[in-house]
Write a protein that binds this ligand. Structure first.
Ligand code: ADE
Length: 424
């Protein structure tokens, strides 16, 4: 394809496209549910001409979603939902090999990040697709024709859903949002097994530390925290959980983890992972108590969970000692290591969740976009989950792809479950 034939784009280097294409092909091979949906809608093209602005981590799995949406007729544009998660080779291949507009560069600064979001919105979308909420909030701030033209949006992650529920409460949400995160085929798998594995993957790729025998502190016991704690334990670490929610704390305790306040855990931990969605979870009081050599990482959406401003103030010097590892040499003689500048360690230091699990998350995204296109006009300016039939269908497709068969209720059992008469 001649350069002039490429769609509008801003990527690091189109020469990386061959490597990106191989990565995308690998992801496609491991995403059978999305492949099935592509086959189903390839002929009928139900999204013909629908303009979609997506702000997602630019990975090979996201590439597959963009390809699926384009095949179904959509005119898609993509920017990054995190400055460090873009895989430049994948971005290049999407532009060169698949004719998809991408505006994303690994390591972009805040200004470039928002320029890219603006470029993604420049074609006047009717659907937004977000991970964390930055594009949607930006579209709300811009207002005008841009906002008026948007029929609805989707949101991938807990953090974004929390932001949109707050907007709904305040009455400032101006179009319906489908909380893809809240589908069971999303959070039970992506958040738990995806974050669980990819966070450990990021930590190990960055540090090559041994988890066996280490004390590993997980801050937050939501679905992501559970996954991280479970996998760290599986690798032989002694796992401590910190929480603010009494019920989650109780669950963590009964799942067999030690539970304590972060300030106490600070004195014990060798490695720390924050997965709370909140800010300054590791704040100055905890930073002051860390052991020499402690390693801090974050797997929550934004880079606010570790108070890096405080740590910087406490430091005499900061140096990069390995890719994705910064050493903060503190005035009191201790050294504390921070991975990936406190950004999502699984995406910044590894490749994010494996394709097998993103398959279900992105099948939800695909069907959510279709749902908005087909039913958007009947939806209010609220946050919705996808209908349970869609969630179950995705689970059935995944089971079929895994070669797993399950039982169905007999008519007698169905009658029993919907009745109340039969007791003791
Ligand atoms: N979020 C977490 N892992 C991801 C991946 N591999 N692709 C896109 N978004 C993700």
């Amino acid at each position: 394809m001649a350069r002039a034939d490429f769609p509008p784009h801003a990527v690091a280097d189109l020469n990386l496209a061959d490597q990106g294409r191989r990565k995308i092909e690998w992801a496609i091979r491991h995403m059978p549910v999305l492949r099935t949906l592509r086959e189903r809608y390839r002929e009928t093209r139900p999204l013909e001409g629908v303009r979609i602005a997506a702000c997602l981590h630019v990975t090979s799995e996201t590439a597959h979603l963009m390809i699926a949406l384009k095949e179904a007729g959509a005119d898609v544009r993509l920017s990054a939902s995190n400055p460090l998660s873009t895989q430049d080779d994948v971005a290049a291949s999407l532009v060169r090999d698949f004719g998809i507009s991408v505006f994303a560069r690994h390591g972009e600064d805040r200004e470039e990040y928002y320029t890219h979001i603006q470029q993604t919105l420049d074609h006047g979308p009717s659907i937004t697709m977000d991970d964390g909420g930055d594009l949607t909030v930006y579209a709300h701030e811009k207002g005008g024709e841009l906002l008026a033209g948007i029929r609805g949006g989707t949101e991938e992650t807990t953090t974004g859903v929390i932001r949109f529920r707050a907007m709904e409460q305040q009455g400032t949400l101006r179009y319906p949002i489908i909380a893809v995160n809240d589908s069971r085929t999303k959070y039970l798998f992506d958040n738990r097994y995806g974050t669980g594995q990819s966070t450990i993957d990021g930590i190990l790729r960055a540090t090559n530390l041994l988890l066996a025998g280490s004390t590993f502190v997980v801050a937050g016991y939501g679905w992501c925290g559970r996954g991280v704690a479970m996998r760290a334990r599986g690798m032989g670490a002694r796992v401590i959980v910190t929480e603010v929610d009494p019920i989650r704390a109780l669950e963590a305790a009964m799942d067999g983890f030690e539970v304590m306040p972060i300030a106490e855990a600070a004195e014990r931990g060798d490695l720390f992972v924050t997965v709370t969605g909140n800010k300054h979870v590791i704040d100055r009081p905890a930073l002051e108590r860390l052991k020499d050599g402690a390693v801090l990482a974050n797997a929550g959406h934004f880079n606010v969970e570790i108070n890096l401003e405080a740590l910087t103030e406490m430091a005499e010097t900061v140096e990069e000692v390995r890719p994705s590892v910064k050493a903060y040499h503190l005035r009191d003689g201790r050294t504390v290591y921070v991975l990936a500048d406190g950004r999502l360690v699984n995406l910044a230091a590894a490749e994010g969740h494996p394709s097998v699990v993103m398959d279900m998350s992105f099948a939800n995204q695909f069907l959510a976009a279709l749902h908005i296109h087909q039913h958007g006009q009947t939806l209010e300016h609220r946050v919705y989950t996808l209908p349970p039939e869609i969630d179950e269908e995705i689970a059935r497709l995944k089971l079929a792809a895994m070669g797993i068969r399950i039982d169905t209720l007999t008519p007698e059992q169905e009658a029993y479950l919907s009745g109340w008469e039969e007791g003791t």
